[in-house]
Design a protein around this ligand. Structure first.
Ligand code: CMC
Length: 433
């Protein structure tokens, strides 16, 4: 196969190198294009743009493949835990028992927030969205670790990683407690990551939450399935912020903000709200499907479609099965699950969805699991953020370790007014619309 691509502009030919990834992905390297030709590439929404080389996650959207560090998501979902997978994603290999123990100990040692952080929580109104609290508190947390700001961060990287992974869970639980007016519950040393999170969310000072192994496993699986997904909106944001040499916590806080929207991490909340709306209106889903196909309705089938997957999202398959299992275990008969299954069945037969290759994504069933285990809907996207933290950290690490790291700075094609002059205020005419 050819190693260069030829581009012709105004009769002049330019050779551009072709970069090949380890899975055979091919990219035309345009990094010299502007200097050589005076042109830039335009790719609104970045659908055809590789913004970096990365060794963390591989996705083949046509075949429905997702691998973290080369390992299929199905194998990890079946055999690993969120914390082991987090290690894999961040450090690039599966940990030995000793490495996993050290990582786990670091997470335990760093799970408490600085006590003064509690005063920050008090400043938020009770109805504040937990994603706003999460991003603000991750950022505020950096103030307590001055080492984060300087070059010495490299020496203490493992500790900062542990702090972030461990404390994001503590912040998330505290933000929920604050919103309900409940006292904060501190983490326990003897509980594993996900069990500890459920304890901080749902225990009371006078009554420990009763951990059900299947519930712990279901939430752990949700975290694992969200742990990375290559250059999505939030991960690209983290890399963008990190490329300007902002610290790890600031970069992760930016990732939380990018994740918040309904087209990205907020879709899990939007799915359950959509299902509830369908249920409340007495629709069996058919009217909603009709509306979702009509561009003027402003409605989309939330939890369907993906920029990269043009086939089944492999995470959706795993999560659908987990959803069935946990509802059976908890003896829950959720009418929203029936609506979701019907929507999926109908949509997969409809030419609108088939032609556009729209399949259920990871968010379609995850909300039903979280609802079943008592996570309130406004916390759903926070669960996504907890899960995605290893991926953000791994991408931050790649930026930090790049030998010749450059600040991310895309260009644009300017389409605004040209050659205007400054008009003094008294001479300005009212604008006609
Ligand atoms: N319902 C109805 N129509 C849709 C949907 C949907 N969920 N998704 C895409 N389309 C249509 C869209 O209107 C367009 O139609 P046309 O070609 O006639 O204009 C076509 O499919 C292509 O859509 P697009 O918006 O150009 O695709 P995109 O790659 O820019 O967007 C997406 C991807 C995930 C934002 C989009 O599919 C969507 O809005 N889905 C619903 C929100 C959602 O579930 N998001 C979670 C994504 S998975 C978790 C994550 O990675 O964050």
């Amino acid at each position: 196969m050819s190693t260069t691509a030829t581009l012709e502009i105004d009769g002049k030919k330019y050779n551009l190198p072709i970069v090949v990834g380890t899975e055979g992905e091919r990219a035309v390297d345009v990094s010299t294009l502007r200097a050589a030709t005076g042109h830039i590439t335009l790719d609104e929404g970045y659908g055809n743009t590789g913004s970096c080389k990365s060794a963390v996650t591989f996705i083949d959207g046509e075949k429905g493949i997702l691998r973290y560090r080369g390992i299929p998501i199905e194998e990890l979902a079946d055999q690993s835990t969120f914390i082991e997978t987090a290690y894999l994603i961040i450090y690039g290999h599966l940990p030995t028992s000793a490495e996993l123990q050290r990582f786990s100990d670091l997470l335990t040692e760093n799970q408490n927030l600085h006590e003064d952080m509690k005063y920050h929580f008090n400043g938020f109104p009770p109805n504040a969205h937990p994603m706003a609290i999460l991003s603000a508190m991750i950022n505020a947390n950096s103030c307590f670790y001055p080492g984060l700001m300087g070059p010495e961060v490299r020496n203490e990287f493992d500790i900062h990683v542990a702090r972030l992974i461990s404390q994001v869970r503590t912040i998330a639980a505290f933000s929920y407690r604050k919103s309900r007016g409940y006292p904060y519950i501190y983490p326990k040393r003897d509980l594993k990551y996900t069990a500890n999170f459920l304890h901080m969310m749902f225990s009371q000072p006078y009554d420990d939450y009763k951990l059900i192994p299947e519930v712990v496993h279901a939430l752990d699986l949700i975290f694992l399935l969200h742990a990375d997904h290559e250059q999505n909106c939030s991960t690209s944001t983290v890399r963008m912020v990190a490329s300007g040499q902002a610290n790890l916590f600031a970069s992760a806080a930016a990732g939380v903000c990018a994740l918040w929207g309904h087209l990205h991490g907020g879709a899990n909340q939007a799915v359950v709200e959509m299902l509830q709306q369908i249920y409340d209106s007495g629709d069996d889903g058919s009217k909603f499907i009709t509306a979702a196909k009509d561009k003027t309705s402003g409605k989309r089938l939330m939890g369907f479609g993906h920029r990269v997957y043009k086939n089944h999202d492999p995470r959706a398959r795993i999560i659908k099965k987990a959803c069935d299992d946990i509802l059976v275990k908890l003896h829950i008969n959720d009418p929203l699950l029936d609506i979701a299954k019907r929507l999926e069945e109908v949509a997969l037969r409809e030419s609108y969805f088939i032609e556009r290759k729209l399949y259920p994504n990871v968010d379609f069933y995850s909300g039903i699991i979280m609802r079943a285990i008592g996570i309130p809907v406004e916390m759903f996207t926070v669960m996504f953020a907890i899960g995605r933290m290893p991926g953000w950290i791994a991408n931050f690490k790649e930026i930090m370790e790049e030998k010749q790291s450059r600040i991310y700075r895309p260009r644009q094609v300017y389409i605004g007014p040209v050659n205007q002059t400054y008009v003094p205020r008294p001479q300005r005419k009212p604008r006609t619309v």
